[in-house]
Design a protein around this ligand. Structure first.
Ligand SMILES: Cc1cc2nc3c(=O)[nH]c(=O)nc-3n(C[C@H](O)[C@H](O)[C@H](O)COP(=O)(O)OP(=O)(O)OC[C@H]3O[C@@H](n4cnc5c(N)ncnc54)[C@H](O)[C@@H]3O)c2cc1C
Length: 390
């Protein structure tokens, strides 16, 4: 069993090759990241060099994992997110931003020629990419209020606007930028090189969550992009929303992994810490909290596994992924708070681990659609009434 929170034995559904690969991932994280983790977190340093280590593991494209196509099985990919989040969600974002977010946009949004041009080079980090949708003035309402513009100019486009919060931006060679076509008013997506004229970046510092992730504002000042770099299968925000809804299953796996890590750290601590002459894990009130954490983590994992199976079967709807995101992030928030609580004062120290999980749950709660926005998507699906104001 890879994790004590896998009470129902979902890892038993993995093949030997998949399990071995995940064991390699865990070993690499312990060896290459554990010793400096607290220091990176405290100083907000991004361990960008881990991209090469992770790529060398061939988590995405080892022939032993491929399932008759060019991708491994979704269950394995889910557990790959789980293991990364269980260790550290900043490192999970460094890797997942590339192989899940950026890669999915290219694979689902790109034309056949574009997929052939870019996709094979993404798992190796031959170049790094990220997704730039959010704007300073528009987060939750960006779908209807996008202000970044794309103006047709001969055989290309000119893009002007500003993006905010873009994860991994400072490490990226290209950004997938969403902009509104000034002619038809529809959202389109462009692969913009970092070094194009008119592109500049401003790092966002002072975050309390995902401190190791380089988030940035991207300023686009009349940036010229070729028509061949416009993602060919994205013609409106509806296409982008469909990709984002599909990607939301990742948040379920991240929430499961984050809770597993927090629970395991809390269990270790409560078994080793003695008060009143016995380990605090032996007190009834502490055990109630451990049981609640374990229940949350176990149920979140079950939901992530089932959502992944529905996606595989082609029967997952927006309701499933929105409910998973909003519920799982809510459970994660409770689990990490309980984990921090049972660790007492040690629980607010950076190198106690639970402090990191505690802070990172806040990012999980907000990105991939906030708790409220995903609740509104669920509400619309179950009532038939949209509570969005537009
Ligand atoms: C660590 C991190 C990484 C991120 N990475 C990326 C990235 O790579 N690319 C990218 O494009 N974006 C990214 N984002 C941005 C993220 O998607 C947005 O933060 C998110 O969509 C929310 O937008 P906002 O922060 O502007 O909040 P706002 O939209 O301003 O919302 C503020 C609050 O108001 C609530 N609210 C808004 N509208 C309603 C409503 N109708 N009813 C009830 N409540 C409402 C929200 O739920 C929230 O609680 C990232 C964010 C974080 C924190």
């Amino acid at each position: 069993m890879t994790a004590p929170t896998d009470l129902f034995g979902y890892t038993g559904l993995l093949t030997d090759a998949e399990s071995a690969k995940l064991a390699n991932l865990r070993a690499l994280l312990e060896e290459r990241a554990r010793p400096q983790l607290a220091q990176w977190w405290e100083h907000g340093e991004c361990p960008a060099h881990l991209r090469a280590d992770l790529a060398a593991l061939r988590l995405e494209d080892d022939p032993a994992l491929l399932d008759g196509g060019d991708l491994p099985r979704a269950l394995y990919l889910g557990f790959r997110h789980f293991e990364l989040a269980r260790f550290d969600m900043s490192i999970g974002t460094l890797y997942g931003g590339q192989v899940a977010m950026f890669r999915t946009l290219i694979r689902k949004g790109g034309s056949a020629e574009q997929v052939a041009r870019w996709d094979p080079h993404i798992p190796s980090f031959a170049f790094t990419g990220c997704f730039a949708l959010t704007e300073p003035g528009h987060g939750s309402d960006v779908a209807g209020s996008l202000t970044t513009t794309a103006v047709r100019d001969g055989d290309g486009w000119r893009i002007t606007g500003r993006k905010r919060w873009i994860g991994n931006a400072a490490l990226s060679d290209v950004f997938v930028v969403v902009a509104r076509d000034s002619a038809d008013g529809n959202a389109k997506a462009f692969v913009v090189p970092r070094d194009a004229d008119g592109v500049s970046l401003e790092d966002i510092r002072g975050k309390i969550a995902l401190r190791m992730v380089r988030n940035a504002d991207i300023v686009l000042d009349d940036v010229r992009v070729a028509e061949s770099d416009r993602l060919g299968r994205i013609d409106s925000f509806r296409d982008i929303a469909a990709i984002l809804a599909d990607l939301r299953y990742v948040a379920g796996w991240n929430a499961a992994g984050l809770q597993a890590g927090a629970y395991e750290a809390a269990l270790r601590y409560t078994l080793s810490r003695e008060q009143f002459g016995r380990p605090i894990a032996g007190f009834q009130l502490v055990q109630e909290k451990l049981a609640r954490m374990l229940g949350n983590a176990t149920a979140t994992l079950a939901m992530a596994v089932r959502l992944t199976a529905l996606r595989d079967a082609g029967t997952a709807e927006e309701l499933h992924s929105a409910l998973t995101k909003t519920w799982a992030a809510d459970r994660a928030r409770e689990t990490v708070a309980l984990a921090r609580e049972v660790c007492g004062a040690e629980g607010i120290r950076v190198d106690s681990d639970v402090a990191r999980y505690f802070a990172d749950a806040e990012a999980l709660y907000t990105f991939e659609g906030t708790h409220e926005i995903n609740s509104l998507i669920v509400g619309r699906a179950i009532t038939g009434l949209s509570a969005f104001t537009r």
